[in-house]
Write a protein that binds this ligand. Structure first.
Ligand SMILES: Cc1ncc(COP(=O)(O)O)c(C=O)c1O
Length: 411
């Protein structure tokens, strides 16, 4: 049997027993989210691939688990003073929901531009929302000030043993729901979820836990190489849930010991994975939530089945979803936009559309332009958006147009 993890050190800040105790606390609070199979990914991996649907958790993500355990373990005096958190998204909803379940006052500081649905959802759980700062870092600084002024306890999104233990309950559920699991793939930002799952897997040396970060926000690979948390200069990813520039100290200590493999995925992979979840599994998942699926899609042979990819959250506002789906269709080669030129004579546009029709491409948009000063007087430029059945079909359509003499310009 392959031993994937280092032996569990008794000095780990979050021992398995603590994850079990956190799971007991959550027994009547967090939903045991379903595990569903993915035929497409199972075919690619050559064995079962399943999704652990934390996008269907109360509050729309796994975040309720850690927040609840952290607040439940406060002393009565601390709880009476209320809690403060800073977040632009899921942590806000997790803390707000957990605090309301525990009859504790919660104030959540969100950046000024936070999406309205997330502000409304956080308020809907009974928290007071304060809009301060341009980004999460500034909101966090304001939340820390507020905590110091009022005596309320700051609930960190990932850097606390109780938060990590709470998130680890997802790992315990996976071990029960898929006892023969070999690989668990975990979307990773500050590392609370990954550390919790790794701690939960504990002595199961036959189970490999893999972390996945967005390439534009991947603080773990360099930090693991350096042997300590290293801050990135900046982060750029559409996956706001995992847009974190520095590993947490507590999760890092666990991950450095137990998780040898933290991978990265591109923005294109994230949107392809999002599309796959929606179209094939009928699951609404946010960009951060599909990081594990994206990693499996990118390199199916690298994951020994049975694989469980955690879908860590599903909070995505519909307008963003529209843009993401278009991006996902483009990244899958099913949505192509190009410009071409033709002689400006009656029937020329119809001839181009005829070629597209013959190639079985569905035209979404056409713009016929004559005013570009770089065109000859007898030339017209046409901008076309088409939908195809995928990469191979796109190649066939574009090949046909090139063979018919149409110059193609993309972007
Ligand atoms: C949907 C989603 N996935 C993954 C993560 C990453 O969690 P962590 O910071 O514990 O690594 C978050 C954090 O907010 C999240 O919202």
């Amino acid at each position: 049997m392959i031993r994937h993890t280092a032996s569990v050190s008794p000095a780990l800040p979050v021992p398995l027993a603590d994850v079990r105790a956190a799971a007991d606390l959550l027994a009547d609070v967090a939903r045991v989210t379903p595990v569903v199979g993915s035929r497409v990914l199972s075919d690619r991996c050559g064995g079962p691939v399943r999704f652990k649907c934390e996008n269907l958790q109360r509050g729309g993500s796994f975040k309720l688990r850690g927040a609840y355990v952290r607040i439940a373990r406060l002393t009565p005096e601390e709880r009476a003073a209320g809690v403060v958190a800073a977040s632009a998204g899921n942590h806000a909803q997790g803390v707000a929901l957990a605090a309301s379940l525990l009859d504790c006052r919660a104030t959540v500081v969100m950046p000024v531009g936070a999406p309205l649905p997330k502000v409304a959802a956080t308020e809907g759980y009974g928290a007071t929302v304060r809009l301060i700062g341009d980004n999460v870092e500034q909101a966090l600084a304001a939340a820390a000030e507020l905590a110091a002024e009022t005596g309320a306890v700051l609930i960190h999104p990932f850097d606390h043993v109780d938060v990590v233990a709470g998130q680890g309950s997802v790992g315990l559920e996976i071990l029960e729901q898929v006892p023969d699991v070999r690989t668990i793939v975990v979307p990773t930002g500050g590392g609370g979820l990954l550390a919790g799952v790794a701690a939960a897997v504990g002595e199961r040396s036959d189970v490999r836990v893999v972390g996945v970060q967005a390439a534009g926000a991947a603080a773990y690979p360099s930090s693991l190489a350096a042997g300590h948390p290293v801050a990135l200069d900046g982060v750029t990813t559409m996956a706001d849930g995992i847009a974190v520039g520095r590993p947490g100290e507590v999760p890092f200590a666990v991950i450095a010991e137990l998780v040898p493999d933290v991978r990265t995925v591109s923005e294109e992979s994230l949107s392809r994975a999002l599309l796959l979840c929606l179209e094939r599994a009928k699951l609404v998942v946010e960009p951060a939530g599909v990081a594990g699926v994206a990693a499996v899609l990118d390199d199916p042979q690298a994951f020994e089945p049975p694989v469980v990819a955690i879908l860590s959250g599903g909070n995505v506002d519909p307008l963003l979803m529209l843009r993401l789906l278009r991006h996902g269709l483009a990244a899958s080669g099913r949505f192509v936009a190009f410009r071409t030129r033709m002689t400006d004579r009656p029937g020329a546009l119809a001839a181009l559309l005829h070629e597209l029709g013959e190639a079985d491409a569905n035209v979404l948009e056409v713009e016929h332009l004559r005013t570009n000063p770089r065109l000859h007087v007898d030339e017209a430029e046409v901008y076309v958006q088409i939908e195809t059945r995928g990469g191979k079909h796109t190649d066939a359509v574009l090949g046909r147009l090139r063979a018919a003499g149409y110059p193609l310009v993309f972007g």
